[in-house]
Design a protein. Structure first.
Length: 228
């Protein structure tokens, strides 16, 4: 049996710095790297403050649920990244929230009509605060695709909500490279092709890990500007 690697702070920092190596590139390349991340719909399954199924705040491990009897179904992954402004400066103290379907494509939200079963060992929602380097991290599972209707199948994705400080609130979604339903997804394909690439993430193997995948998803926020 292969061992499941665990992410460390050093792994997170190394991955984020490698993925953001172009931060040192001046001029046009820098501007393109840190332009605002493409927005996506919030969707109907965000767990708001009035939802009794919402977990305890500031929990960035979605694989640990109250009353769990084991690990959640599916491939355990780590998602990490750096939140910056448009000049690639880290945004400290930003709230990063994520929510997603389980491995069978079912959200924990009470309004989800998907007949797929819930996973009692999967939390489905998490939140954390960026550190002094603008970094965040989550432990979760790779979500499943799910039917929406009319022949449309949403590919696996993780919803993000990022807010804090003097920045516009960001709703976006992270997609997984190589998924067959990416090319036909209405929400993903309404974004320009060049911008779309910023939301579709390849896995990064961390040193010493045999089975775990690390996905690095950096997010750039747009600051509020005074009216002129």
């Amino acid at each position: 049996m292969m061992l499941q690697g665990r992410i460390s702070r050093r792994d997170v920092l190394r991955a984020a710095l490698i993925s953001g190596a172009a931060l040192a590139v001046p001029g046009r390349a820098l501007a393109e790297l840190c332009q605002e991340t493409p927005h996506q719909e919030e969707g109907p399954f965000y767990l708001n403050a009035y939802d009794r199924t919402r977990p305890m705040p500031h929990n960035n491990d979605l694989t640990v649920a109250t009353g769990a009897t084991g690990l959640p179904e599916g491939q355990i992954i780590d998602v990490t990244g750096r939140v910056t402004d448009e000049e690639c400066r880290p945004v400290k103290g930003a709230m990063v929230e994520v929510w997603q379907a389980n491995a069978r494509g079912r959200y924990r939200h009470v309004a989800d009509p998907n007949p797929a079963p819930l996973d009692p060992n999967f939390l489905g929602f998490g939140e954390t605060i960026t550190d002094e380097n603008g970094m965040y991290s989550f432990k979760t599972i790779k979500p499943g695709a799910y039917p929406v209707g009319g022949g449309w199948v949403r590919p696996p994705h993780v919803h993000f909500k990022v807010h804090g400080g003097m920045f516009h609130m960001m709703f976006t979604q992270m997609y997984f490279a190589g998924e067959e339903h990416n090319r036909n997804d209405f929400l993903l394909n309404e974004i320009a092709k060049d911008e779309r690439k910023r939301l579709i993430i390849e896995p990064s193997r961390r040193p010493g890990s045999y089975t775990a995948n690390l996905y690095v998803f950096n997010i750039a926020l747009q600051p509020f500007r005074p009216r002129t």
